[in-house]
Design a protein around this ligand. Structure first.
Ligand code: PMP
Length: 308
């Protein structure tokens, strides 16, 4: 991965090599940070970089910060402007990933959330595919369980919670799979290690409800809206049983990093016919047009970085 040249750190844009914290930093020791992950898409014809739904990402970041008792006053608009300034300083002309982070910055011993100072950092770097086999991923059902809302809220993008995601991902990859599906304590399908899940079964597009310990995914929300507007398919948000993913016709992940990744095998069983299905294929096409500013009607989802 190429490291960023710059970072927004302690209130200004500095060389990335100067954006450093001490080893006693609270968030580094106790996982008390909230983060976001968004993408910028390069449109070569327009010579424009479009950030995908930054307002929604920053709204979710501020919600995660609220769960962690952070008193963070920056608005969604000012965070978006800061991000644009950083991207302009980097003068990117390619697809990028953007990583904002709000973290408990005190250097001290003591497990708590209150009475600590919060700092914001943002950096960005060139970024391609996250799941290499994005049209034919092979997943397993993880032996780990998804963290519960009463353990570490999965609807918050909280740094410490990603130890759960890392356990899920590493065991899946070391067992030869591309990714994993993870179950709730009650045994229903929740999501992937860092992506939401959709299934097509009996002609219906199905995804678990937001109360199933999933992150409130912005790509999930976008896929639901695109499907409702552009595809002739019934949409259901309902619980998904483990064996349904063995019997369904299509399965795919949505996520900022994963974008729309088709799953074609679960635990060595083919999904549907064993190749990417028509709904995933069409959603991938539409999504790619939307994020690059090539589809009319979705202009309010994308924010241009460069002034024209
Ligand atoms: N679930 C988890 C656990 C994630 O980390 C992510 C990535 N942010 C997602 C789902 C997908 O969310 P989004 O579409 O907003 O990136």
């Amino acid at each position: 991965m190429t490291l960023p040249n710059y970072a927004y750190f302690r209130g200004k844009i500095v060389p990335y090599s100067e954006a450093k914290v001490g080893i006693l930093t609270h968030a580094l020791n106790y996982g008390t940070g909230a983060f976001a992950g968004m993408r910028g898409y390069w449109n070569a014809d327009e010579e424009q970089l479009y950030v995908f739904r930054p307002h929604d990402h920053f709204r979710r970041l501020l919600n995660s910060a609220k769960i962690l008792c952070m008193e963070f006053c920056d608005s969604v608009e000012s965070l978006t402007e800061t991000t644009k300034a950083l991207l302009r300083r980097e003068s990117f002309q390619e697809d990028v990933y953007i990583r904002p982070l709000i973290y408990k910055a005190d250097e001290m011993i003591g497990v708590k959330l209150h009475g600590l100072k919060d700092e914001l950092s943002i950096c960005a770097m060139p970024f391609g595919l996250y799941v290499a086999k994005d049209t034919n991923a092979h997943v397993t059902i993880s032996s780990w369980r998804r963290i519960d809302d009463n353990v570490i809220p999965a609807r918050g993008k909280i740094t410490g919670a990603y130890a759960n995601s890392a356990l899920i991902k590493t065991d899946a990859v070391r067992a030869g799979f591309d990714e994993a599906l993870v179950l709730t304590e009650a045994g229903h399908i929740s999501e992937g290690s860092a992506m939401n899940l959709f299934m097509v079964r009996d002609g219906k597009l199905v995804t678990p409800p937001l109360t199933e310990n999933v992150l409130e995914g912005i790509t999930r929300k976008s896929a639901l809206e695109i499907a409702a507007r552009e595809l002739d398919v019934t949409i259901e948000e309902r619980l998904i049983d483990r064996t349904e993913v063995y019997l369904c016709d299509e399965l795919f992940f949505t996520g900022t990093a994963a974008q729309i990744t088709a799953i074609t095998q679960v635990d060595h069983r083919p999904v549907g016919t064993g190749v990417m299905g028509p709904i995933a294929a069409r959603l991938r096409e539409l999504f790619n047009e939307v994020v690059r500013g090539k589809r009319k009607g979705y202009e309010d989802w994308i924010v241009p970085v460069y002034e024209k």
